[in-house]
Design a protein around this ligand. Structure first.
Ligand code: NI
Length: 195
């Protein structure tokens, strides 16, 4: 297994709609293993394949002791919303804003062997599934913000000089990113991690 480089906002792969997975071989198994290891390394709550530069519909998650991966996810969201919670994103280091998300989500997809998977989530798990599936569609959580929060987020992104951050490499930087969210971001400290 290996720790992968996390792509930062400004990288086109984060704005590309990811391709469905059609081959369930060792390459996919390695991707899932590497993504899981990378997510754990940065103490993240989730990671989508485009965040490690792979434009495939795969994400891993790790919420409240529940860990797994979903390939080719399809979401069924509840009509109603959950209370806004601050989210962060490993691809937008240092930023955290409350995001409106659906209360409950059922995700269906397959695992790395191609076997069907269904997971029902509420609260943080549902939030994570929505955040990660957005990544597969080229959507970042800042796109979900409105009004003043959106303006503040875009201003922060402009000022952050992420292009310079992108130059640096992997696990060392990734660890910094992870700790920068410690206790803060997504989840109000309940699991204190970024996706
Ligand atoms: Ni994210």
């Amino acid at each position: 297994m290996a720790i992968m480089n996390i792509r930062i906002i400004g990288d086109p792969v984060l704005r590309t709609v990811a391709e469905p997975v059609t081959e369930f071989g060792p390459e996919l198994a390695k991707l899932v293993a590497d993504m899981t290891e990378t997510m754990e390394d940065v103490d993240g709550a989730g990671l989508a394949a485009p965040q490690v530069g792979v434009s495939k519909r795969v994400f891993t998650y790790r919420i409240g002791g529940v860990e797994g991966h979903i390939i080719n996810p399809v979401l069924e969201n509840s009509e109603d919303f959950q209370p806004d919670e601050v989210e962060g994103c490993l691809s937008i280091p240092g930023l955290g804003f409350p995001v409106r998300r659906r209360r409950a989500t059922r995700v269906t997809g397959v695992d790395l062997h191609g076997n069907p998977v269904t997971v029902d989530g509420e609260g943080m798990l549902a939030r994570c599934f929505q955040h990660e599936t957005d990544h597969l569609d080229g959507i970042l959580f800042t796109d979900r913000l409105e009004g003043e929060a959106r303006k503040a987020a875009l201003r922060s992104i402009r000022n952050a000089n992420y292009d310079a951050i992108t130059e640096r490499t992997t696990s060392k930087r990734a660890k910094t990113v992870g700790s920068s969210f410690g206790g803060g971001s997504f989840g109000g400290g309940s699991f204190g991690a970024a996706e």
